[in-house]
Design a protein around this ligand. Structure first.
Ligand SMILES: [Ca+2]
Ligand SMILES: [Ca+2]
Length: 469
């Protein structure tokens, strides 16, 4: 037997063994785009209506301090699906397909790894940064659905009036839920939840709202009357103690002056809330499909959002910063037989931890280097110790280190920020220049990556990935 044949036989054997040795659970993997902590169980906006997300959280473990690897779609999702963070791969921005990264050449994506090990991997909607073309994983699925709705807009764009931009707009669509893309994505995944299978499934459902534009049916806007909207508290001189690189990040789209000048802050908050409750309703439809189908007793759930979102905090909108509003995302895991219903975990965790966590949940071995660490110990015991902080990277060489008590930011040009999360949850007072904090800064800086991989090539795709909002 030559070496090649021998190796390929060895490659097959473990999967066959795993398949025979243990009954395997399905994994329902739910991604929600641009959802920050404004959900009931995370208490980011008291009064938000997210009964379905709260129910998913109550089924298992809610991670209350989960942070993205990057505060924007493409690198955040690349990190989740490959287990490698931006400083390792060079995928920092929305225009760099992961396929172009030298480091990721030959890397096995999460869904591909499931397929390689006997799972049926079904996906629909936005899992990667794009549902087709250069930014998607076109090969690593048993089947991928990209169903579209046809929401009818009530008039010419922008619906929000003069304050609206092509990519930052909001308003009520004419039809109901069934006109929306997300409705059809949930239907597509639900059909797989209704069908019996002889193999375990990895089922990925990518919900697009509350990503811009905030076009959702009127009934969701009606849930949040304008006179009851509460605005985030901001400090007008907040950016004065922020280094120039951070200030540039905050001002890049000039959103805050435009929105406040047009007296549109409350309307924008209302539209984001409406979009969140729409997404929550879609999660509820998905959960009903799971409960009513043949897989209800044998499916674990991993539900996440890709990063946070500012609605004026630190005089900024959208993501694209290294502050808490951008880095904190939603993560809830119901690992059947492991996580206890209603448990919460306050350890600071990273989204690069998901891939190794799923390896532990499925009994598979990671196919290569993983930058994160499995959350399994925290699913078993949410109070278990964890030393490694969460690292978030925004473009080349800019990083935030988040521990339970602190946030330390170091920009590529050496600019620094340090926030005491306990005393200053709004991150208003930059302590980086304080001599009393020198030792703390040095301790936190130890967690900055030793290597920053150069930028991966810019790619061309379908156009979806070009949105930079
Ligand atoms: Ca996103
Ligand atoms: Ca400040």
């Amino acid at each position: 037997m030559n070496r090649r044949v021998f190796t390929s036989l060895l490659g097959v054997a473990p999967a066959a063994f795993v398949k025979a040795a243990q009954p395997r659970q399905n994994i329902l993997f739910v991604a929600i785009d641009d959802l920050n902590d404004w959900i009931g169980c995370l208490n980011g906006y008291p009064g938000v209506l997210t009964p379905n997300l709260d129910k998913v959280a109550a089924r298992g473990t809610l991670f209350r301090s989960a942070h993205c690897a990057a505060p924007l779609c493409n690198p955040a999702r690349t990190a989740i699906m490959t287990g490698r963070r931006p400083a390792s791969t060079g995928v920092y921005d929305n225009n760099q397909p992961y396929h172009g990264s030298k480091v990721l050449k030959g890397a096995v994506t999460l869904n591909q790894h499931m397929v390689d090990n006997g799972y049926l991997a079904f996906g629909a909607g936005k899992i990667y940064h794009g549902t087709r073309g250069a930014f998607a994983d076109m090969k690593g699925w048993t089947e991928y659905g990209d169903p579209k709705g046809a929401p009818e807009l009530p008039g010419p764009l922008p619906l929000a009036g003069p304050v609206g931009l092509a990519n930052m707009d909001w308003g009520a669509v004419k039809g109901g839920d069934e006109t929306m893309n997300d409705y059809h994505v949930v239907d597509w995944v639900s059909r797989h939840l209704a069908a019996k299978q002889t193999q375990p499934m990895f089922l990925a459902c990518g919900i697009y709202r509350p990503h811009l534009p905030w076009y959702v049916p009127k009934k969701y806007f009606d849930l949040y009357p304008l006179d009851a909207i509460r605005l985030p508290v901001v400090k007008e001189d907040d950016l004065d103690d922020v280094p120039e690189t951070g200030r540039r990040m905050a001002r890049q789209n000039n959103d805050h002056p435009r929105i406040t000048k047009n007296d549109a802050w409350k309307r924008a908050v209302q539209a984001y809330l409406a979009s969140i409750t729409f997404a929550d309703t879609m999660v509820g439809r998905l959960m009903r499909a799971l409960e009513n189908g043949p897989h209800a007793g044998n499916t674990s759930i991993v539900l996440w959002s890709d990063h946070g979102w500012h609605l004026g905090e630190k005089l900024h909108w959208r993501k694209f910063t290294l502050w808490e509003r951008s880095t904190r995302n939603v993560l809830m895991i119901n690992a059947r037989g492991v996580s206890r219903p209603g448990s919460t975990c306050d350890r600071t965790v990273s989204m690069v931890d998901l891939y190794p966590t799923l390896m532990d949940m499925t009994g598979l071995k990671a196919p290569g280097t993983m930058d994160g660490q499995s959350l399994m110990p925290l699913l078993r015991n949410p109070a278990a110790g964890r030393t490694e902080p969460a690292l978030t990277t925004f473009r080349f060489g800019n990083h935030a280190v988040r521990t339970e008590g602190w946030r330390y930011i170091r920009y590529n040009d050496g600019g620094e920020e340090l926030y005491d999360r306990t005393a200053d949850p709004n991150e208003w007072t930059n302590l980086a220049a304080s001599p009393a904090q020198a030792a703390r800064k040095a301790e936190l800086a130890r967690w900055l990556p030793a290597h920053n991989e150069p930028n991966a090539p810019v790619g061309r795709g379908t156009g979806e990935e070009r949105e930079n909002n």
